[in-house]
Design a protein around this ligand. Structure first.
Ligand SMILES: Nc1ncnc2c1ncn2[C@@H]1O[C@H](COP(=O)(O)OP(=O)(O)OP(=O)(O)O)[C@@H](O)[C@H]1O
Ligand SMILES: [Mg+2]
Length: 563
């Protein structure tokens, strides 16, 4: 039995408190199918989120089989299934792969056999068995709703909460989905609640809750609806409700309420035997499920795959192409070095030549660094924002935010490692940058790519949409070059103000510090910017990585349901 006692949910608007839901009192038994209907904006979704535990009530209490959910005794993630208004599956994966992934993340099945049995059973109970190999992107609206329901059934939830799962469907598909939800509610331990605009198929529900302006105006059997509101057909009730002042219908319902609840079956249903799937899987299982799923999606999304490959190959080539002339000079100079030139004029020529060379080496490295920051932003800007609602659902279903971020770090580390390694090897094999040793050089490139990837992952976790995250990340890359001080010198004070935030600067400065000393002298001559010591560069870049990941974790932990 689900019981809501005098629930109020209010939000702060400026200085005023606005109640989105008020005086919500209701009781619903298990083995029951309830509709929540009402005009748009009346608070249906808000009420559903409150029951799901996504919204926290301002006043009042919620009980489930006598457990007070408003206090500490929350329902387990595996006990609730919440099907939100938006689509929540990976388009590139098939129906079966999506269900398998939900099982891995949310249900502990024990054996391989039990795992496959559960997947088959969920497919069968939602009528998706024939579509198991179909990618989600080709599914029809009705099939998608079935999948959304299927994903919630992997834990055999006692409370199945559905928001507008029939909206936008043709009447036949709508009937089929309502019928499916009705079937799912024929289980003495389960309560199915469906929020809907539609007043069709009402006879399939056990009860209908009508909301208006955040208050209950009716809750009872669908067949009594017309009589209660004195209308000929259910479709007319909204007009009828609108005819009386807000609150009047709610007052009348308050008078009838107890009479209705007195007729309702009161039998308490004991909690179900713990099913195989009751416990949420451990962190390691979830980590590998997320990690391998990410790679599967990566290889299936051909656009992303080719873009990554193109960037990996072309960016290092760009560095050497643009510097080709300079590269020849680097080599020519190093050959012409023996001091066979003694005349004064020739000495001056060498000086000019070497200063020019310092500029080329510095520019070459800065170009490498900037391209790696661009790769970093491309790696991660959309990573979380692009699947935010799916993750939000999975988090509600028991996926740990820390594990989710860790799976992203593992996936992105592979990209970062490949990009930085290839950038270092390719450019070095052609232009022979005169670093004292290559290891610090490589590590500084790795860190600038990793730092930018981590920071853009942080941005991605905070952004409202993937497009917003991309745009912000690109701006961040765009500012790297001008604010690094490597190309144009900033006023001293401005340099100190911006430098701490510019990853490109620290990578470049660290690499400069590691140049062969002859070269370093000339680089210093042509650079107006302060060059930090290498250890500091490592420290700052390490800090950038850590801060980026910390922001990502905080951003992911924060609930984000609305746009
Ligand atoms: N977090 C929030 N902050 C401010 N206003 C909110 C918030 N959540 C909901 N609202 C407002 O509360 C009202 C009820 O919203 P809700 O989404 O519950 O409506 P609904 O009945 O589900 O409508 P629809 O049928 O259009 O989906 C709306 O006016 C909405 O704008
Ligand atoms: Mg809604």
């Amino acid at each position: 039995m689900l019981e809501l006692k005098d629930i109020r949910f209010a939000i702060q608007k400026g200085n005023d408190e606005v109640a989105l839901l008020d005086q919500i009192d209701l009781r619903v038994p298990t083995g029951h199918f309830m509709a929540i209907v009402g005009p748009s904006g009346c608070g249906k979704s808000t009420l559903l989120k409150l029951i799901a535990g996504i919204n926290q009530e301002t006043d009042g209490s919620i009980f489930w089989n006598g457990r007070n959910l408003s206090e500490e005794d929350d329902l387990e993630a595996s006990e609730i299934g919440y099907v939100p208004q938006f689509s929540i599956a990976y388009e590139a994966l098939t129906v079966e792969e999506n269900i398998e992934s939900a099982v891995r993340l949310r249900a502990s099945t024990g054996s391989r056999q039990a795992f496959h049995d559960l997947v088959d059973q969920v497919l069968a109970s939602t009528g998706l068995a024939a579509l198991r190999d179909r990618p989600v992107k080709v599914l029809s609206g009705g099939q998608r709703r079935r999948l959304s329901l299927a994903l919630e059934l992997v834990t055999d939830p006692v409370l199945l909460l559905c928001d507008e799962v029939t909206s936008g469907l043709d009447p036949k598909s709508e009937h089929e989905i309502v019928e499916l939800m009705h079937q799912l509610s024929r289980n003495e331990h389960r309560l199915v609640v469906n929020v809907t605009h539609s007043l069709a198929n009402l006879d399939l529900y056990d009860s209908v809750l009508v909301l208006d302006a955040g208050r209950i105006v009716y809750h009872g059997p669908p067949r009594a609806l017309e009589h209660y509101f004195s209308v000929d057909k259910a479709e007319d009730i909204y007009q009828r409700i609108a005819k009386r002042k807000t609150g009047e219908w709610a007052e009348s319902w308050a008078k009838h309420r107890e009479a209705y609840y007195a007729t309702m079956p009161q039998k308490a249903v004991s909690a179900p035997e713990t099913s195989v799937s009751a416990a949420t899987p451990g962190a390691i299982t979830q980590f590998f499920a997320l990690f391998f799923r990410r790679w599967k999606i990566f290889f299936r999304d051909k656009g992303q795959l080719y873009l990554q490959l193109a960037i990996l190959v072309i960016f290092p080539m760009l560095v050497v192409i643009f510097e080709l002339e300079g590269v020849e000079q680097v080599q020519r100079l190093s050959e012409a070095r023996p001091d066979s030139l003694e005349a004064y004029n020739a000495e001056r020529e060498v000086l000019t030549f070497n200063l020019n060379l310092g500029g080329i080496v510095s520019g070459l490295v800065m170009f490498q660094v900037i391209l790696l920051t661009l790769m970093g932003s491309n790696n991660s800007a959309r990573e979380i924002a692009g699947e935010r609602f799916i993750f939000e659902k999975e988090k509600l279903g028991g996926v740990r935010p820390g594990v989710y971020v860790a799976s992203k770090v593992a996936f992105l580390s592979v990209l970062v490692l490949m990009q930085s390694a290839w950038m270092t090897i390719f450019v070095q094999s052609i232009s022979e940058i005169p670093s004292q040793t290559m290891l610090p050089h490589f590590l500084l490139l790795l860190l600038v790519n990793g730092g930018m990837t981590a920071i853009c992952l942080g941005i991605s976790s905070l952004a409202k949409t993937a497009d917003q995250a991309s745009l912000l990340s690109i701006y961040l890359v765009g500012f790297q070059l001008p604010l690094s001080g490597a190309v144009l010198a900033l006023p001293e004070w401005a340099g100190w103000l911006t430098r701490p935030f510019i990853s490109a600067y620290w990578s470049w400065a660290g690499i400069m510090d590691g140049m062969e000393r002859d070269y370093y002298r000339y680089i210093k001559e042509v650079t107006d910017t302060w060059l930090g010591p290498m250890w500091l560069c490592f420290a700052v870049l390490g800090l950038h990585v850590a801060i980026g990941l910390f922001i990502a974790y905080v951003g992911v932990k924060r609930p984000k349901w609305e746009n």
